[in-house]
Design a protein around this ligand. Structure first.
Ligand code: PHE
Length: 338
């Protein structure tokens, strides 16, 4: 009997060595610890042992039982601890894609406009948002009491110098360019502009313009027209029609406003073009000789043209957004569409 017990012990020890996961642990339990398992059957066999041998054999069996139960418990706890330390990440799953940013429609329009003009040899320059009266008005030929100053409701800044303002258009960058760059100048100048206007579906107090300036010898109105039409055909398609209407700006002479045939109704008349069949896209003209003089350029030797677009307007035409405020509310449901 003693030999049997040590044989059983050996056997059980071999089986302990095979425990490596929940399944082999369960196999061990079924084989040795359940009712018909090795250990209970051994305990049961104590009954048939002659009375005088019982204390000694009983002691051995009891020791074996305690050893097996304690060791089994240890295996079980170790396995459970191992399992709970397994990270809850399934590394075989595909990764989570980070949300991609989005280029704002205004920026997209700006990038398109810039690349078209760069293709025609224009460079990009920038001015400053906080300007003085001289660059925003005076040098651009707006005399102090010129009624045209009222065309652009200006935000003035409380400043001891007295004539500081938020630029009402990008035209002051023309002055800065002409004063600081050698001729020829062929640049576009994008930026923010500010006007004290009531907010509505068509106007904001802060918006973007892009200014164009070309100064050289023998620049004519034909060059201006060719440049604007070449740009607009790339921007709006080859089938677009154009018209130049006489207009007035103090810093250009002659001046014009350019209309493009409405891209929505092809000129038949619709809500977007207010039934006129035409959409206004820019103001332009030949740089006024007085403006050239103000910048130290001899109008007898040089001439040039300038133009200005509203970028929001171009974006609204391109996207079909018909309320300008939608461009600034940053509603992701709107922005995601473009
Ligand atoms: N600065 C003018 C405006 O804001 C537009 C313009 C620019 C007109 C250049 C002519 C030449 O209305």
């Amino acid at each position: 009997m003693i030999a049997d017990i040590s044989f059983i012990k050996q056997n059980i020890e071999q089986d302990f060595a095979t425990i490596k996961d929940a399944e082999s642990l369960e196999q061990f339990r079924l084989k040795h610890l359940t009712k018909k398992g090795t250990l209970p059957v051994l305990v049961e066999s104590l009954r048939e042992i002659p009375k005088e041998d019982k204390p000694a054999i009983g002691k051995l069996i009891n020791e074996l039982r305690q050893y097996v139960e304690a060791t089994f418990k240890e295996f079980k706890e170790n396995l459970e601890a191992e399992e709970s330390s397994v990270p809850l990440i399934d590394t075989s799953l595909p990764g989570r894609m980070p949300l991609k940013g989005h280029i704002h429609p205004i920026k997209k329009t700006l990038d398109t406009i810039i690349s078209i003009f760069e293709g025609m040899g224009f460079t990009v320059a920038e001015g400053i948002d906080i300007e003085d009266d001289y660059h925003n008005y005076e040098a651009l030929n707006f005399a102090e009491d010129h009624p045209a100053r009222d065309m652009q409701d200006t935000f003035f800044i409380d400043d001891p110098r007295g004539d500081i303002l938020l630029r009402s258009h990008t035209s002051p960058v023309q002055i800065r360019m002409m004063k600081s760059h050698p001729i020829p100048i062929r640049s576009i100048m994008p930026g923010r502009v500010y006007r004290n206007e009531a907010l509505s579906a068509r106007s904001l107090a802060e918006f973007h313009q892009i200014e164009g300036l070309y100064i050289d010898k023998h620049v004519t109105f034909a060059d201006l027209k060719g440049t604007i039409v070449a740009f607009a055909k790339q921007m709006y398609g080859n089938n677009s029609q154009f018209r130049f209407r006489p207009s007035y700006f103090p810093f250009t002479e002659p001046s014009a406003e350019v209309d493009i045939s409405c891209y929505l109704c092809s000129g038949k008349g619709c809500r977007i073009c207010k039934n006129s069949g035409w959409l206004e896209i820019c103001g332009c003209g030949m740089v006024h000789p007085q403006v050239l003089k103000n910048c130290g350029i001899d109008p007898e030797e040089y001439s040039g043209f300038a133009f200005g677009f509203g970028i929001e307007r171009v974006t609204m035409l391109a996207t079909g957004i018909n309320d300008i405020r939608a461009l600034y509310e940053n509603d992701i449901r709107v922005l995601e569409q473009f």
